[in-house]
Design a protein around this ligand. Structure first.
Ligand code: 0VY
Ligand code: ZN
Length: 261
């Protein structure tokens, strides 16, 4: 019903504040990360990703991105350590990307963007009963951000790109069992961390961001497969290729970014 948000000229990031005033808040994401200004914090330990028992359920096109959802009915797969006071439960992961040859990440590093950015979303099931409660709480979510840069084929990304034809249109979803996001991690888990928000409406200021310093490498061919997806549903007349689904960096305001050792 009604006018929904998107990434176009009329409904894109510069218009979101009309329906979601928090868009102009004090802890919005993404941001430009300036490594030289990040505070090296020796109290920041390593993060641990306990994904061995994770259970992926499906892959879906929600009209904004392609999302892989996980069974989050128990603490089988969590992220812990680093800036987090307790384990956060794995909920889903999704991507943001650009157009051919253009930038596409949401966070930038010293003003430079990457071709794409993977977000692995976790929620604080220790303090909150449901994901929706957590998503609206200041310490409710922990999102792991991983940059994708262009180079050789990624050896495991084909497991995702091979499934994209099944979720071409908004509202489509198919079974996607047995996928462990551990295979999409870089070798180093060194990170920057700061307090921010969801980067899409409702833009809740509920995210502890953990952005990995080391990108993973994917090929232009693989990334190009994401652009076969469409923002529109199958029945809609207007065909819109899904690309440039990223929010640009927001004002840092009174925040500092901390750096793991
Ligand atoms: N914006 C979001 N994640 S993100 N881009 O901030 O990681 N989400 C909206 C609903 C579920 C996750
Ligand atoms: Zn995201």
């Amino acid at each position: 019903t009604g006018h929904h948000w998107g990434y176009g000229k009329e409904d894109g990031p510069s218009a979101w504040h009309r329906q979601y005033p928090v868009a102009k808040g004090n802890r919005q994401s993404p941001i430009d990360i300036i490594p030289n200004e990040a505070r090296r914090d020796s109290t920041l330990g390593p993060i641990f990703l306990k994904y061995d028992q994770c259970r992926s359920l499906n892959i879906a096109n929600n009209g904004h991105s392609v999302v892989v959802e996980f069974d989050d009915s128990d603490d089988r797969s969590v992220v812990l350590g680093g800036p987090l006071d307790n384990p956060y439960r794995l909920k889903q992961f999704h991507f943001h990307w650009g157009g051919k040859g253009c930038e596409g990440s949401e966070h930038t590093v010293a003003g430079v963007g990457y071709a794409s950015e993977l977000h692995v979303v976790h929620w604080n099931a220790v303090k909150y009963k449901t994901y929706n409660d957590a998503a609206a709480a200041p310490d409710g979510l922990a999102v792991l951000g991983i940059f994708l840069e262009l180079g050789d084929d990624h050896r495991w990304l084909h497991m995702i790109t091979d499934a994209l034809y099944t979720v071409k249109f908004k509202g489509s979803a198919t079974d996607f069992k047995g996928f462990n996001p551990k295979c999409l991690l870089p070798s180093s888990l060194h990170y920057w961390t700061y307090l921010g928000s969801l980067t899409t409406p409702p833009l809740h200021e509920s995210v502890t961001w953990i952005v990995l310093k080391e990108p993973i490498v994917v090929s232009e061919k693989q990334l190009g497969m994401f652009r076969m997806l469409q923002f529109n549903g199958e029945e809609e007349d207007q065909r819109m290729r899904m690309e440039n689904n990223f929010r640009p960096p927001q004002n840092l305001k009174e925040r500092i970014v901390r750096s793991s050792n």
